[in-house]
Every structure is written in structure tokens, then in C-alpha cells.
Design a binder for this molecule. Structure first.
Ligand SMILES: [Cu+2]
Length: 327
């Protein structure tokens, strides 16, 4: 086996390891970050093996075997000391330079990037596009520089996209920014990584990477919707969020969930016997926390997913207006 084959095998093993333990690499920078990270892991393993292995080896080899064993009297060894100081120094300087180069790439905002405003608020992200479209998830075109300008309405949040290996705080009272260029189509997780209160762990959204054509289409469609009356916006959201696949709206037919036709203002019919009427707060709670009050005759836990952190206040209001109108 020559060294090329060995190198090739190592590289294959490396990508297998990265694919198993790490989120997908969806940007060029994510690959660079992983390379540096991999290097750090390997260096740590090697130094751990030398240190712990050497310790055990010497402990066994120079174990005192009889009462009269004398330990050799050694004060120091200049050559050894220089070696174990200079080698780590070189490794550290290398890691510093390498890290600095990647960081510099990450922090240098491209000119001509597509700018999108992202605002954190306990506990959801809201996204504003230049043409006035508001969304609760970030949609961007593939292979294009995108700059997110972050702000916060209340406390510090942090915008983190694991698949892009980028993260930036959103700080109240000032703007921060980050940029990326997605190379892969698909949906990626966005987490808030600054502890920001009770529902911090649910402050999730998605970053959707689509083709430029799909992006343009989405943007015009959304801007049409933004101008619609509330109830019509609600109808649209009801379709896009797939509420319609579980709830019928034009007949009393029960699908996965109860029909929402002519329910507004009627008495509640829930498992735990709570009384009340089908109103704004009930709909809100049903959508945000479906496990709270389960409609009579439906399974527990409810198969309805929670939309907390996924629907903005504005979208919720539109949905309510739509459901009101089903009477
Ligand atoms: Cu947060």
C-alpha cells in the first residue's frame, strides 16, 4: 500500500465520521470549520495517547521492585524541555492562524449580498424582506451571498444554523449581522442559542434554501398575501400549514381532527370538562399547545403538532379571523 492509498482511505474515513456525527455541511465555511475541528480532535487524541500512554509505560517500567531500588537523580533535560514546549507552541500558533483565517471569512460581509432583517423576540424569530414580506422562517436562494441583519425586541437571543456552522447574537438596541452562502437545497434548523427565558428551547425556526426561481416565486406570492384582508391571509396559512389535511372547514366531516365549520362561539367540548366557548383564546391555545385541552373523542396525546414558535402573532390573528368566518 503506498501513501496515496492510505491518504485516500483516511479522507474517506474522515467524511464518514463527519457524516455520522456532524450536521450536514451546507456551506463552504462549514467544511472549513469541520476540517479545523477534525484537526483539533486528532491532535487532542494524539497528545492524550502520548501523555497517558507514556505515563503508564514509565510507571510500569520504572516501578520500584525491591527495597533497595534507587531512583536515578535527574534534574532536567534541556533538549526534551525545548521539544515539549516548542512543538505545542507550533501547533497552537497553527490553530490560531487557521482559526483566524476562517473567522475572518465568516465576519467579512460580502458586498451585494441579499439582505434580510431577522428579529428575535421571546420566543420566535420574525423575518422581514425588503419588499415588505414578513415570514416566520428564513427562505433564501441557493448559491447566493445572503446577509442577515439581526435585532432583538427584548433580550439577547442568538441565531444559530448548525448546518452552516454560523452563530450570532441578536442584541437589543443594536444591529449585528452574519452572512452565508448556502450550497445545498433543503430545510435547515435554526436554534436560539442564548438562554432567553421559559420557552427558549422552543424558539426554533427553519431556514429553507430554494432555487432562485422558487425564491422569486415565493417572494411575490408572499407579498400578494401580505396585502390581503386578514381572513384571506388566514385561509392561505390554513392551506400552507397543512391545517386543512386534518380539519375540514366546509362540512362537519371529522378528518384527523374535528371539523372547524360553524364552531365559533359554541360551547367547548373537551376531555377535561373545562367549560367555556370556542373563542380567540381557545383557538390560540389549541394551535400553540394542542395537548392542553383535547377535544372530546380524540386520542391523547393529541396528534396535532404544536405550532408554538412557528406561527407569528400576525399569522395567528389571520388564522383566527379565518376560523371566525367559517360560521
Ligand atoms: Cu431566544
Amino acid at each position: 500500500m503506498n501513501w496515496l492509498i492510505v491518504m485516500n482511505k483516511l479522507l474517506l474515513a474522515k467524511s464518514a465520521v463527519a457524516g455520522t456525527f456532524m450536521p450536514v455541511q451546507a456551506t463552504e465555511i462549514s467544511k472549513q470549520v469541520d476540517n479545523l475541528y477534525g484537526f483539533l480532535v486528532v491532535v487532542s487524541f494524539v497528545s492524550c495517547a502520548i501523555l497517558i500512554g507514556g505515563m503508564i509505560y514509565f510507571a510500569v517500567k520504572y516501578k520500584r521492585k525491591t527495597q533497595n531500588d534507587k531512583t536515578a537523580y535527574i534534574t532536567h533535560d534541556t533538549r526534551l524541555e525545548v521539544l515539549w514546549s516548542v512543538i505545542p507552541l507550533i501547533v497552537f500558533l497553527l490553530v490560531f492562524a487557521w482559526g483566524w483565517i476562517i473567522y475572518h471569512d465568516m465576519r467579512t460581509m460580502p458586498t451585494n449580498a441579499l439582505e434580510i432583517q431577522v428579529t428575535g423576540k421571546q420566543w420566535a424569530w420574525s423575518v422581514d424582506y425588503k419588499n415588505g414580506v414578513k415570514a416566520s422562517e428564513v427562505v433564501v436562494p441557493v448559491n447566493r451571498d445572503v446577509k442577515l441583519i439581526l435585532a432583538s425586541d427584548d433580550v439577547i437571543h442568538s441565531f444559530y444554523v448548525p448546518s452552516f456552522r454560523i452563530k450570532q447574537d441578536a442584541v437589543p438596541g443594536r444591529y449585528t449581522a452574519l452572512w452565508f452562502r448556502a450550497e445545498k437545497l433543503g430545510e435547515f434548523h435554526v436554534f436560539c442559542t442564548e438562554y432567553c427565558g421559559t420557552s427558549h428551547s422552543r424558539m426554533l425556526t427553519k431556514l429553507r434554501v430554494v432555487s432562485q426561481a422558487d425564491f422569486d416565486k415565493w417572494l411575490t406570492e408572499e407579498s400578494d398575501v401580505s396585502g390581503l384582508p386578514l381572513a384571506q391571509r388566514g385561509a392561505k396559512i390554513f392551506q400552507t400549514r397543512a391545517c386543512a389535511s386534518c380539519h375540514s372547514v366546509d362540512s362537519p366531516v371529522v378528518k384527523v381532527g374535528p371539523s372547524l365549520k360553524a364552531r365559533w362561539g359554541t360551547p367547548l367540548n373537551v376531555e377535561d370538562g373545562t367549560t367555556g366557548v370556542f373563542d380567540e383564546n381557545y383557538v390560540r391555545e389549541s394551535v400553540m399547545l394542542p395537548q392542553q385541552k383535547i377535544a372530546k373523542g380524540f386520542p391523547k396525546p393529541s396528534p396535532m403538532p404544536s405550532f408554538q414558535g412557528q406561527l407569528s402573532e400576525a399569522e395567528m390573528i389571520a388564522l383566527i379571523e379565518y376560523i371566525k368566518g367559517l360560521n
